[in-house]
Design a protein around this ligand. Structure first.
Ligand code: AMP
Length: 191
């Protein structure tokens, strides 16, 4: 299997690049943010529980997120691989993912971290806000999301670095150029 983690702060381009990667490598896309938004849209019990946290830009507790992720993986027994977008966001989530994949006789192949400056992120999210109706894209909520990223999520990087699985890719510039850079990394993992 080819199991990729696409890593980066809010606005780094994870969604855009994931879409291109799933088309190119025929992977199943798992975005925990999209899954939560679907639960909120469908007004499920889970959606009701997490909607305030998400609107405020805070992380959803690990236990809730991990359970939802494992359930989603379980829906795709025939998958050639997965691309994890927006997960893991804490070291506990990374450990849980490793354990879960190991129980399925597989594991994370590699992690691509999109490198983007904080200044560029703020500009991009302001643009996205004009076209999306994500409640968490406004300036104050974005500040919280970036805080969560630098407070909790960034610690996931050394976790994968120690495993020799982390590659950083410049996330600023032309979408196709960034995609080509990611592809050349992933192609070395496929061999
Ligand atoms: P995203 O679309 O990935 O930016 O996620 C939107 C929001 O969903 C985040 O700001 C969090 O509130 C929540 N969320 C998504 N993925 C996770 C995760 N792996 N752990 C905790 N909260 C998450």
């Amino acid at each position: 299997m080819l199991n990729l983690v696409l890593f980066g702060p809010p606005g780094a381009g994870k969604g855009t690049q994931s879409q291109k990667l799933i088309d190119h490598y025929q992977l199943v896309h798992i975005s925990t943010g999209d899954l939560f938004r679907a639960h909120i849209g469908n007004q499920t019990e889970l959606g009701q529980r997490v909607s305030k946290l998400i609107a405020d830009g805070e992380l959803v507790p690990d236990s809730v997120t991990i359970a939802m992720l494992e359930e989603e993986i379980g829906k795709h027994p025939q998958a050639k691989g997965f691309i994890f977008d927006g997960f893991p966001r804490t070291v506990a989530q990374a450990e849980a993912l490793d354990k879960f994949l190991e129980s399925k006789q597989t594991g994370i192949t590699g992690v691509v971290a999109l490198d983007v400056t904080e200044e560029e992120l703020t500009t991009r999210i302001a643009k996205r806000k004009a076209i999306s109706n994500r409640a968490d894209d406004d300036a104050e909520k974005l500040k919280k999301r970036i805080e969560e990223y630098f407070g909790k999520t960034v610690h996931v990087l050394p976790y994968y670095e120690q495993q020799g699985k982390l590659t950083k890719v410049n996330g600023i510039g032309d979408i196709e150029v960034i995609f080509d850079a990611i592809k050349s990394v992933v192609d070395t993992w496929k061999q």
